[in-house]
Every structure is written in structure tokens, then in C-alpha cells.
Design a protein around this ligand. Structure first.
Ligand code: ACM
Length: 533
């Protein structure tokens, strides 16, 4: 596989008229100074790349064309222009007139039928780079690919020649429909602006789900009309005792809208029946003994539980899921279910038997952490696997059995996909209960063959969770997510046949200057051949 990709690179370099001496050096961003980045040098790796023909030159008068474009296609063209103008110093006027030159965005029409809901084609030749897709999400993903074929944003001052896009064709569509990232906004609260910043970063790598962990022992982060103290009291602190915070419904709608504009769907999680101290502290009647515990600002897990026999619990659950479902355009609603160490097994099963139908009643599909497979997963339910190398065979088998019985899986193995695990012993942030997770370890596994006994087609996708016990700023988020997040994004998008660490690490290295230009303070892992700064 590696040999085939190298061959592509050689062909592309040759086609770009740059000689056949070698592939670009490790970490070369390629697009500065008039060189063209080979079409296969992007993350996630495209499903298919055919290099050939002369590169396309973009210059001062190059338009972005949306011939006869729908409002949505025009909006995406505007998004592209807004990205390219600062990155290139060029004007990139947007026009609905057709023509033979420029960056052309085509939505629907001939040749797009096989591209699916998120696929796209990028054709570069003559005087035009044409992005085609059947659906707007595909066009948006094509734009993200094109960005990586151009110089890093903000680096126009270092560009010494015209911009060139290598000739050839990318035909691309995702391996999995669920490509998620989770942000824990409970242990530390993150503002709407901080969440938006992360959404922009996720969109660059074609992540299409933002899972928000909205409640936990340390904080309840969404205002609900039926139980207002959940947010006003339960959201009033965080790990370490800071002031916490919560999203009003309008805040939350703004996050949902911002994500949707970037073709990400928000998956809200209310973690139950454990991880509920913030709720229990807010309403005494939710406790079996009728007494509200104090707010909690530590980092222990497994000490809280909703009161399974009590009617008030199900009034609460119904109200919470009803209000949350009404705010959620996406199909999934996550009910947690992990680490319910203070809930007896029979109670756990009884609780999940009662709660899953409530999610269905409000029109949503259940996602639960994989402990849900120890109860009775509802028809159509999705289990999110977060085990690691020390997870016992019985637990793995339980999940695989459920998968064979129709439960679909999102894979988030903690020693691969958890972005809050330390990279190594010197990492100043994060946790290490699942071990140290270096960049290669995070990337080098196959979701389709990960869990013994689980059918490959039970895998709905992958997700990279980011728990925030030790993280409280965007800089913290970015240090842990970069450079590992793009690897999980690639596992979710790219065909298994493209997986190759030696190839990937070179493509990853080329992202470094992009992150520098965007102000993303990533971890310069020694595993990756970053270009010198
Ligand atoms: C988890 O990490 N407790 C899902």
C-alpha cells in the first residue's frame, strides 16, 4: 500500500513539472512558493486519487463560480472565499456566472449520483478546479480538501509565486457515517465561543458529529425550563471549584446552528444514572433519602446515582429528554450509562428499560456508553465502546454479542481514541489511567477489526472523546487534540487500505504550519517529522 501511494506522489510531482527526483521532503507544506501539493497529501486520505495533467494556476482574478447554485452552494462558496482570501492574499470574487476558469462549485447534476450524502469529486485541470457533490455536505468536505492543497492561512507573506493546484482527480467519500468528537463541558465549562473554535477545527478534518457531555457530577450545563435549578445551581461550579456555567437554550441553539453550518450534528449527552451529583445536589427529591448532597468539585467517579425506584426520577428523565430532544435536530441522544458503580445491577437494568423508551417517545435514537450492553439495549440503540487493553474478555464479549444482535457500535477505545490521555509521562495535562497514548498508537488501529467477534458492519463509526478534568482553556483542548484528532478523523473517513503510519506521519507533519498559522498550539510530538519553524 505504501508503495502505491509513493508512486502516486511521484506521478503527481512529475505531472506538476517539478522533476522526478523525489517526493516532497517530510513535512513540506508544498503549496508555498508556487509548488503544488500532491493531491494525496491531505488528511483524511482520500478514497481515490488520480494524478495527471498540468497544475491549475490561481491568480489575482480567479473567481469562485457557483453556476446556477442553490443558496446552500453559494453559502459554501462564501465560506471558501472567506478562508482563501486571508490565506492567499487574492480576491476570489464569488459569481454565479459559468465560465471555464476558477474554482467551480457544482451541487447535484451529472456525475454526482454515486458520491452519496457526504462524498465529493475534486477535478483539477486546464484553468479550473471543480468541486462536485450530490449534497451540500460533500461540497463542504471538498472545500476542506482544497484548503489543504493551498498554503497555510496567514502565510501569504511567504508566498513567492502563483498558487498552483496539482492536476488530477480526487474521488472521495467516507468509510463511516459517524465521525465524532466529544467535548466534556461538565468537568470544566467551555463557553459558546470556545465550542465554536473547536467546531471549526473539527470541520477541517471532516468530523461530522459533536458529542457534548452536558452533565456530570461536577456540573449541569444546559438550562431546562422544567427543572431550572439544574443549571442555575447544578451548573454553578466545576472541577477545582471555579464558577462553572451553563448554556441557555439560545446559547445551545447557537452551537447547534454553528455546527450545522459546518455539517456537524450535535449529539447531546445527559449521563445517567451515575455521574449525576450535580442533578442530585440541585433537587433533594431526586435522592432516595430525600436529601441533596453538596456540589462536587473533585475528580472521583462512580459515587452518585439517581434513585431508581422513585417516581420523581422518571418525571425528571421525561422532562429532561423532552426538552433536550426539542433542541436537537439530529437523530441521536446520548444517555450515558457508564461507571454506574453506585447503582445495583438490577436497578441499572430496570432504569435503562424505562429510560430508553422515553428517548424513542421523543423521536430520538439512543446512544449509551458500552455498559448499556449489560442491560437490554433497545432496538436500534448504539453502544459507544470505551474499553482499553486491560478491559476483560467478558466485557468485550458482551459488547461483541450485542453487536451481533444488532446493536451498532461507535468505537472510542480509551487507549487509542481518548484525547485526554497523556502522550507520555512528561505531558503536563491529561490523565493516564488507560496508559500513555502517543500519536502512532492513536492512529494505528482498524475500527473495522478492532473488537473480536463484532461484525465489521456493526461499526457505525469512531469518536475521539476529550474529557476535561484537567482542561479548562482552548489552549488545553488544542494541545491534547492536536496532533491526535486528525488521526481519528482519518480512521473514520478513509478506506482501511490507505492506513499507513509512515505515510500518515508525513501528511500529519505538513499540518503543523497550518496549525501555527491558525494559532493552534499543538503538541510537537517527536514521533512526527515536523518541518522546522
Ligand atoms: C467514560 O470514560 N467513563 C465513558
Amino acid at each position: 500500500m505504501r508503495r502505491r501511494r509513493l508512486l502516486f506522489s511521484l506521478l503527481l510531482v512529475a505531472a506538476a513539472g517539478l522533476g522526478t527526483a523525489a517526493v516532497p521532503p517530510p513535512g513540506a507544506s508544498g503549496a508555498a512558493g508556487g509548488e503544488a501539493t500532491p493531491l494525496d497529501r491531505v488528511i483524511p486520505a482520500p478514497a481515490s486519487v488520480r494524478g495527471g495533467g498540468a497544475p491549475v494556476t490561481l491568480g489575482a482574478r480567479t473567481p469562485i463560480r457557483v453556476p446556477g447554485g442553490s443558496g446552500e452552494a453559494r453559502r459554501i462558496a462564501g465560506h471558501l472565499a472567506a478562508l482563501l482570501r486571508p490565506a492567499t492574499g487574492l480576491a476570489f470574487p464569488v459569481t454565479t456566472k459559468s465560465g471555464r476558469d476558477g474554482i467551480v462549485l457544482r451541487l447535484g447534476g451529472s456525475g454526482t449520483g454515486g458520491l452519496g450524502a457526504e462524498g465529493y469529486r475534486l477535478t483539477s485541470g486546464g484553468r479550473a478546479v471543480t468541486l462536485s457533490a450530490a449534497r451540500p455536505a460533500g461540497l463542504f468536505h471538498a472545500v476542506q480538501t482544497l484548503r489543504q492543497l493551498l498554503p497555510p492561512a496567514g502565510r501569504q507573506g511567504t508566498r513567492s509565486g502563483p498558487l498552483r493546484i496539482a492536476g488530477g482527480t480526487i474521488t472521495d467519500s467516507p468509510r463511516y457515517s459517524y465521525r465524532g468528537a466529544m467535548l466534556d463541558v461538565s468537568r470544566h465549562f467551555f463557553t459558546v465561543a470556545q465550542v465554536k473554535r473547536y467546531i471549526d477545527q473539527l470541520a477541517m478534518y471532516k468530523i461530522n458529529k459533536l458529542h457534548l457531555h452536558l452533565s456530570d457530577d461536577q456540573g449541569w450545563r444546559i438550562a431546562l425550563a422544567s427543572w431550572p435549578r439544574l443549571a442555575t445551581y447544578g451548573g454553578s461550579t466545576q472541577v477545582g471549584g471555579g464558577k462553572g456555567g451553563y448554556y441557555t437554550k439560545d446559547d445551545y441553539r447557537e452551537i447547534v446552528r454553528y455546527a450545522a453550518d459546518r455539517y456537524l450534528t450535535v449529539v447531546p449527552e445527559i449521563d445517567m444514572p451515575g455521574h449525576t451529583n450535580a442533578a442530585l445536589a440541585s433537587y433533594a427529591e431526586l435522592n432516595c433519602n430525600g436529601q441533596a448532597p453538596p456540589l462536587y468539585t473533585g475528580t472521583n467517579v462512580g459515587f452518585s446515582s439517581l434513585c431508581v425506584p422513585k417516581k420523581a426520577t422518571y418525571d425528571f428523565v421525561d422532562d429532561v429528554i423532552r426538552e433536550l430532544a426539542a433542541l436537537t435536530p439530529g437523530r441521536y441522544l446520548h444517555i450515558g450509562g457508564d461507571e454506574a458503580h453506585s447503582t445495583g445491577h438490577a436497578d441499572y437494568v430496570a432504569f435503562m428499560d424505562k429510560v430508553q423508551p422515553v428517548v424513542a417517545k421523543y423521536g430520538k435514537t439512543v446512544i449509551g456508553w458500552h455498559q448499556l450492553t449489560g442491560a437490554h439495549p433497545a432496538k436500534g440503540a448504539v453502544a459507544q465502546y470505551w474499553g482499553y487493553d486491560k478491559t476483560g474478555t467478558a466485557e468485550r464479549t458482551q459488547v461483541a454479542d450485542a453487536a451481533r444482535n444488532g446493536t451498532r457500535l461507535i468505537l472510542s477505545p480509551a487507549d487509542r481514541a481518548y484525547l485526554d490521555m497523556k502522550y507520555d509521562k512528561d505531558t503536563p495535562l491529561g490523565l493516564n489511567w488507560a496508559g500513555y497514548v502517543g500519536v502512532e498508537r492513536s492512529y494505528d488501529w482498524d475500527p473495522g477489526r478492532y473488537l473480536d467477534g463484532a461484525p465489521a458492519d456493526s461499526v457505525l463509526g469512531v469518536e475521539a472523546p476529550l474529557w476535561s478534568e484537567t482542561l479548562s482553556t482552548s489552549a488545553h483542548i488544542e494541545y491534547m487534540a492536536f496532533p491526535r484528532l486528525p488521526g481519528i478523523a482519518e480512521l473514520g473517513w478513509s478506506p482501511a487500505a490507505t492506513h499507513d503510519w509512515d505515510d500518515y506521519k508525513v501528511r500529519l507533519a505538513a499540518q503543523g504550519p497550518r496549525w501555527d498559522a491558525l494559532g493552534i498550539g499543538y503538541y510537537r510530538s517527536p514521533e512526527v517529522p515536523w518541518p522546522a519553524r
